[in-house]
Write a protein that binds this ligand. Structure first.
Ligand code: MLT
Length: 405
């Protein structure tokens, strides 16, 4: 008789954002006259920029012509996009990345969820706490995380690296040495960043301990300050210890069209000298038939002169929202951080409310949706995340409503 993978049953019934969506749907049904403002999930609200739309139209036309029609995309990505990424992203960082080290995908979420399957079941995994839930959940799904402790909210085989106000939301080296280390900077959910020197320390630590860092750089386009690295390959030695994950969702509004990529350098090898890149290519070939041609052409357009100008304007628009939230909440007496190099604002809940109590309170009294910090891990308890990805008008209104509570 068929049996499900019991590791799935260890997870909470719903993924964090699905759970929030259900709660909001129930509230909307019960209160149809209320205008809800959604600053929960980090989903963009601005339309795709004109350069991208133009590229989409022209790629659609190619698909209508028998001479230019295309079927399956190459599983690792079209060379026009892989080469453009090398040229426009990594060359200017002096990062020494080649196009055969770039793997185009349908987004950073799938890549960050799938990458763990390359490594053995006894791989010791370290994550920041709070953490983007995909990293932990996908390791749970593959049976790697041991026992869940309901009281602490921790998995016995996961090494949690608390990121709190006390350490400026930057992880410290754990006592137990991990094999696989997930780092996301600018951070989701706290919006915190890491300096280049701090990231270099992590690279040195990983090389010394023969560990691999999965560096999620999905929010790098939001960096506004100097000395904050855009890529882990700005650090010396990263080619032997780091995988980097990038997204078109946050920097160019592709949340609905889906596109991302992962960089796996040729020098990244396991203890027996096996090239990780070859296994990731093998995995792609088996499980993925390539991101659609039309979408890859749209991705290429992001790097055009017009595309860069237009997407930078969108980023500035969202970062202006971040400023509105930061300043408004500070004026209202909240303790807030993030929002300077990232589209997320991390706030301490008032009156020691739990994260979920504050979620309910805000939904009921201000009709504003945010994300409870505890959904990202135990160190997120007592905190709350707001996103700057709303429209300007809604962001201003949400902040006014919160101020008036
Ligand atoms: C978030 O809200 O944390 C992100 O939108 C999640 C994601 O990109 O998958």
């Amino acid at each position: 008789m068929i049996r499900v993978n019991e590791d799935y049953l260890k997870l909470p019934g719903s993924y964090l954002f699905s759970n929030i969506a259900k709660k909001v749907a129930a509230f909307t049904e019960a209160n149809p006259d209320k205008k809800i403002i959604r600053l929960g999930i980090g989903d963009v609200t601005q339309p795709l920029c004109p350069a991208v739309i133009k590229a989409l139209h022209s790629a659609v036309d190619e698909m209508a012509d028998k001479d230019t029609f295309r079927g399956y995309a190459p599983d690792l990505g079209y060379s026009f996009l892989r080469d453009t990424i090398v040229e426009k992203v990594y060359k200017k960082l002096g990062a020494g990345i080649n196009s055969d080290e770039i793997f185009i995908s349908d987004g950073a979420k799938s890549d960050s969820g799938n990458i763990q399957e390359i490594f053995t079941h006894d791989t010791k995994v370290a994550v920041c706490d709070p953490v983007y839930p995909v990293y932990v959940d996908t390791n749970v799904m593959s049976g790697r995380t041991g026992i869940y402790d309901e009281n602490t909210g921790l998995w016995s085989n996961v090494i949690y690296m608390p990121c709190t106000a006390a350490n400026n939301y930057c992880p410290e080296f754990p006592k137990e040495v991990p094999d696989l280390i997930y780092l996301c900077f600018p951070n989701n959910p706290t919006g915190a960043t890491i300096t280049k020197a701090q990231l270099q320390d992590w690279v040195d630590y990983a090389n010394k301990n023969k560990a691999v860092i999965v560096y999620d750089a999905a929010y790098e386009a939001y960096i506004s300050e100097e000395d904050v690295p855009h890529s882990i390959y700005e650090c010396e030695g990263a080619r032997t210890c780091a995988i980097e994950i990038r997204s078109f969702s946050k920097n160019a509004g592709f949340t609905g069209t889906r596109l991302g990529y992962t960089v796996v350098p040729s020098e990244l090898k396991d203890a027996d000298g096996v090239e990780i890149r070859q296994l990731w290519a093998r995995r792609h070939g088996t499980k993925f038939n390539g991101a659609p041609y039309i979408i890859q052409r749209a991705g290429e357009a992001v790097f055009s002169e017009e595309g860069q100008k237009e997407t930078n304007e969108q980023i500035a628009y969202y970062m202006n929202n971040a400023k509105v939230i930061l300043e408004g909440l500070k004026a209202a007496g909240y303790t807030v951080s993030g929002g300077v190099n990232a589209p997320y604002i991390w706030l301490k809940t008032p009156d020691n409310m739990t994260s979920w109590d504050f979620f309910d309170y805000l939904l009921l009294n201000a009709n504003v949706v945010g994300t409870p910090g505890s959904g990202f891990g135990p160190s997120g308890e007592g905190y709350f995340r707001l996103t700057a990805f709303g429209t300007y008008e809604n962001t201003v209104e949400a902040v006014e409503r919160i101020k008036n509570l």
